[in-house]
Design a protein around this ligand. Structure first.
Ligand code: PLP
Length: 318
């Protein structure tokens, strides 16, 4: 088991020269070990950041300059657009496009999400990598269990490690994987967007069970999707067939509120990718960008029949 090293400093060598680790804003052993393990899973190198959003900010600022435009997958995690809107006063622009087709011309970065959250479309990676701009895939939901974007020609992979990779809803962390991250690493050190060792240690632990967790969550999600599709109170079910994230619509906002507040096993909370099933109406966060009756359900490791029993007793209140 890797040890958790919380030091911020390490001594110079006997000649007074810094070794691999000397000050934790630059690098630290626990973070480096977690980065090595994640890099191996993604088929490249990996760098950690204090959150997925921190990783997105660091990548955008390090790669782009004022006047540049990002082509962002329509229906991707709404917070990513919020981050880009926040960076607009530094001259960064973004346009949304349908990621199931080719990205628009005249952009300097293509930002895909596999699958998009909460609409759960998969990107056309082949069309995207044919574009001259670098391609980033937010692979938070697919995880390396189902997709290794670098193998398909993507330049960068982003993870909200907070989700499946950490897996236990107790670590806020982000990551970028790629084949040449020297500039991003230097940007991270110089701007101080450096990760702490504790969540990195939790990532290293989470990775040991990632495949087992995600495969089981997928199996359960498949069962739940089939049953939801048959339920008379369910209007639409979205499930891309990988991972444990489902979204489905009930009639309206009031119905969604009734369902999300009536479950007992499934926790009415935000986020996704943990061992505990959580469900929430996304309208409270995303407004009219999503149907008012849309519920996002992240399947945990509980028994499929127990999850279904909880869901049906909630749906039966409608
Ligand atoms: N990308 C996706 C797909 C997400 O779902 C999230 C979090 O909700 C993020 C990025 C942002 O990650 P974090 O919350 O770790 O900043």
């Amino acid at each position: 088991m890797e040890s958790l090293d919380r030091s911020t400093i390490w001594p110079y060598d006997e000649h007074g020269e810094p070794g691999e680790f000397y000050y934790s804003r630059y690098a630290s052993p626990t973070v480096a070990e977690a980065e090595r393990a994640l890099g191996e899973l993604e088929g490249g190198e990996a760098l950690l950041f204090p959150s997925g959003t921190g990783a997105a900010t660091a990548l955008a600022l390090s790669l782009l300059k004022p006047g540049d435009t990002i082509a962002l997958a329509e229906g991707a995690y709404y917070g990513t657009a919020v981050t880009f809107q926040t960076l607009a006063k530094w001259g960064l622009r973004y346009v949304e496009f349908d990621q199931t087709g080719p990205p628009p011309d005249g952009v300097q970065l293509v930002w895909l999400e596999a699958p998009s959250n909460p609409f759960l479309t998969m990107p056309d990676l082949e069309a995207a990598v044919a574009h001259p701009a670098p391609v980033l895939v937010d692979s938070t939901v697919a995880t390396p269990v189902y997709l290794r974007p670098l193998d398909h020609g993507a330049d960068y992979v982003l993870h909200s490690v907070t989700k499946y990779l950490g897996g236990h809803d107790d670590a806020l962390l982000g990551a970028i994987a790629g084949n040449d991250l020297a500039e991003l690493r230097s940007f991270r050190t110089r701007t101080g967007i450096s990760p702490a060792p504790d969540p990195a240690w939790l990532l290293a632990r989470g990775l040991k069970t990632l495949e087992t967790r995600v495969r089981r969550q997928t199996e359960t999600a498949q069962t739940i999707t089939e049953r939801l599709a048959e339920h008379p109170k369910v209007v639409t079910v979205r499930y891309p067939g990988i991972s444990g994230l489902i979204s489905f619509d009930v009639a309206d906002g009031e119905a969604a509120r009734t369902v999300e507040t009536s479950t007992t096993l499934i926790v009415n909370a935000t986020s996704l990718g943990g061992v505990t099933s959580v469900m929430e109406s996304r309208h409270r966060w995303e407004g009219n960008r999503v149907p008012p009756g849309l519920l996002r359900l992240s399947i945990g490791l509980e028994d499929a029949d127990a999850i279904w029993a909880d869901l049906t007793q909630a749906l039966d209140r409608l």
